[in-house]
Each structure stands twice: as structure tokens, then as C-alpha cells.
Design a protein around this ligand. Structure first.
Ligand code: NAD
Length: 341
């Protein structure tokens, strides 16, 4: 069975306006209007206008929210620089949390106010943060779009997880490249890492390889990945390097090899699922150049189902928390003491 089918169904909570809005689009507040919002989610929300309408926008950067509000014809009362003020305004049914950094604080606040939340990864930077989100008790979907990719769905329909011998993931990751637009992001300070995030390996798993962890979980039908081997090498000039980690599955093993390559021409990802009978192959290119039917679009449709029907997403708070534990397990196997530099 696929990982998504093993999740307990979440109860449809009431939400601020109630979940049953009939054929009306769900009114969303978009918090965080940077690269992923502008290149991915806002265009897709416009495409899915029968399902969603943006009624509030928020970004801490001066001018960002006004600019997007003008484009989308969001009234001035729906324009915010501060998410706490936005959460008290109430002119929306659900929240898309697309901010950088840890999402735990804002997710907890939105959930406590009864809003279903679509949350970009990672859920949080620590298990303590994740526990606070869990205590809020609301409905949250994590943005692991590869779990919703049509090619992945195709494999899941044909895969018997009990026959898996090995899931082999290989990622070649140059610096992110987005489609060319006229928008130039405002300069922002480099993030200051503390605790486990001082280790690039932790950041690599939590911020990037989490997509692969989520994919392996789904393909293998498990809720959490254990780690019994890890190695890292090749990091230079304060950047990430190469990271390999692997571990057991109920009927085989998985391995993830993730390489940050500053000069590599283009993003490449290969997933090979070797079973006793055949090999299922998946390949992913630069995620920001997506076509008509994409994991990004399907995940938003799944979020709509969460808001309107209470349908459980493939990954929520429990899975996001499990993925933080997997990132910590990688550090542990690497022998990097928690919190040290
Ligand atoms: N699913 C994917 O493939 C994918 C790809 C890229 C990024 N992401 C995730 O999306 C998120 C955003 O990434 P990005 O590349 O767009 O980053 P970004 O830095 O370009 O944009 C983030 C925006 O959030 C705003 N922001 C940060 N904290 C805020 C706060 N407390 N209140 C209001 N606004 C705030 C910033 O001002 C910025 O404009 C990250 O969590 C990242 O991990 C996911």
C-alpha cells in the first residue's frame, strides 16, 4: 500500500468559516511572497481559480504584499507585512505558508486560530518546534510536491511494497535556477544557523533531501525512515557537499545520495525502485520548469480536498516530525554531536 493510504484520516475541523463552502472557491491568505510563491504557487492558484481565490497577502519585505495585491486585485484590507496582524483579520478560510526559515511558529498560530495550513517544507527546525505545531491540533499539509507527481502516482499504482529490494535515490543539485522574470528579489541577510543547523548535512536533509525522504516513505509505505549508514564529503567554501544515507525498509533497503554541485549544469534526480520482478524508474528535472500537470498543481488540489472535505494529505504534522527525526538520525550516524559547530 502507498504511504498516503496508511495515514489515519484527519477529522475535518470547523475552520473559521466552516469547511463546507459548496462550489465557492476557498479563500486563501498567502504568507511569504518570495521565489516559490511567485514562480510556483501564485501562478497555480490563478490557474486553479475555481478552487481558490487569494483574499489576503503578507510578506515582511516592504512593498512585496502591495505589489502582489495589485496584480491579484486584493483589496487594501488584505495587505499585510506582519503575519500576526493578518491572522486576526479573518477574511480568508485557509493559509498558504510560503515563508523562509522554520514554519513552526506561524503554522502553530494559524492552526490555533482554526485555519487549515498548507506549509512549505520543512515543518520546523527542531523536534521541540514540531511538538508545538502538533499541540495546536489543526489540519496541516506539508508541501512535498513530489509525492503528488503524476509519474509517482503511476508507479504507486503498480508497486507492491512487499516486493521492494532497494529504493535508490540520486540527486545532483546545482544552485537553484528559476524561470527568468523581471522580478528581482530584495537583498536579504544570510541566514544565521544555530543548533543542529550549523551542520550543512542537517540543512541538506531538512531543506532539500526531505523531498526524497518523503518520496521513499510513500513508495515503501512507511511512516518514518530509519538511518543506519551515513557519510558526507566534498563540502567546500562554506557550501554543502555530498551526503549519502541509507537504512532498512520493511522488505529491503533505501539509499539517498545527494550532491550539491555548484558548477553542475542542471538539476537531475533519479529514483530507481528495484523489486523482485522489475525496476520502476522516476526522473525529475528542475522542479521550477513544470508542465501542465505537475506535482505542484496536484498538491494544491489535495490541499483543497483537505480544506473542503477534511481529506488527509500524504504528509502532515506527523510526517514532517518524522522527517526531522530522520535528519537528526543522519547527524547521529555521522557522529556529529547535536548542537555543536
Ligand atoms: N517545494 C519546493 O520545491 C520548494 C522550492 C523552493 C522553496 N521551497 C520552500 O518554500 C519556502 C520559501 O522559499 P523561497 O525560495 O520562496 O524563499 P524566499 O526567501 O525567496 O521567500 C520567502 C519570503 O518569505 C518572507 N518571510 C519570511 N519570514 C516571514 C514572516 N515571518 N512573515 C512574513 N513574511 C516572511 C520573506 O520576506 C520572503 O519574501 C521555504 O520554506 C523553502 O523551503 C520549497
Amino acid at each position: 500500500m502507498a504511504g498516503g493510504a496508511t495515514q489515519p484520516a484527519q477529522e475535518p475541523g470547523p475552520g473559521p468559516q466552516g469547511p463546507q463552502r459548496g462550489p465557492q472557491p476557498v479563500r486563501v491568505a498567502v504568507v511569504g511572497l518570495g521565489r516559490v510563491a511567485r514562480h510556483v504557487h501564485l501562478p497555480l492558484l490563478a490557474k486553479l481559480h475555481r478552487l481558490f481565490t487569494v483574499t489576503a497577502v503578507c510578506d515582511a519585505q516592504p512593498g512585496y504584499a502591495h505589489e502582489i495585491a495589485q496584480d491579484l486585485r486584493v483589496p487594501g484590507s488584505g495587505v499585510f507585512r506582519d503575519a500576526h496582524s493578518l491572522f486576526t483579520c479573518g477574511e480568508f478560510d485557509a493559509v498558504l505558508l510560503l515563508t523562509s526559515g522554520s514554519h513552526a511558529g506561524l503554522a502553530t498560530e494559524a492552526l490555533k486560530r482554526g485555519y487549515p495550513v498548507f506549509c512549505e517544507k520543512p515543518l520546523g527546525h527542531t523536534l521541540e518546534e514540531a511538538a508545538l505545531v502538533a499541540e495546536s491540533g489543526g489540519r496541516l499539509m506539508l508541501g512535498y510536491m513530489k509525492q503528488y507527481d503524476p509519474a509517482v502516482t503511476h508507479v504507486l499504482e503498480r508497486l507492491d511494497p512487499t516486493t521492494i529490494r532497494h529504493i535508490d535515490v540520486s540527486v545532483l543539485h546545482p544552485p537553484e535556477r528559476f524561470p527568468a522574470t523581471e522580478w528581482v528579489p530584495a537583498p536579504s541577510a544570510a541566514p544565521h544557523h544555530i543548533g543542529d543547523r550549523t551542520h550543512w548535512e542537517y540543512r541538506a536533509v531538512l531543506d532539500s533531501a526531505c523531498h526524497d525522504v518523503a518520496l521513499v516513505r510513500l513508495l515503501a509505505g512507511v511512516t518514518e525512515l530509519r538511518v543506519d549508514h551515513a557519510a558526507s564529503w566534498g563540502a567546500r567554501d562554506g557550501e554543502s557537499g555530498s551526503l549519502e544515507f541509507s537504512g532498512p525498509l520493511p522488505h529491503g533497503r533505501y539509499s539517498v545520495r545527494w550532491h550539491f554541485l555548484p558548477d553542475y549544469p542542471e538539476y537531475e534526480e533519479r529514483v530507481r525502485v528495484h523489486t523482485e520482478h522489475r525496476t520502476h524508474e522516476l526522473s525529475f528535472t528542475n522542479p521550477y520548469f513544470f508542465g501542465d500537470d505537475s506535482g505542484f498543481e496536484r498538491e494544491l488540489m489535495a490541499f483543497h480536498s483537505l480544506v473542503t472535505e477534511g481529506k488527509a494529505p500524504l504528509s502532515g504534522i506527523a510526517e514532517g516530525t518524522a522527517d526531522i527525526r530522520t535528519a537528526l538520525a543522519v547527524l547521529d550516524v555521522l557522529g556529529k554531536a547535536a548542537g555543536s559547530a
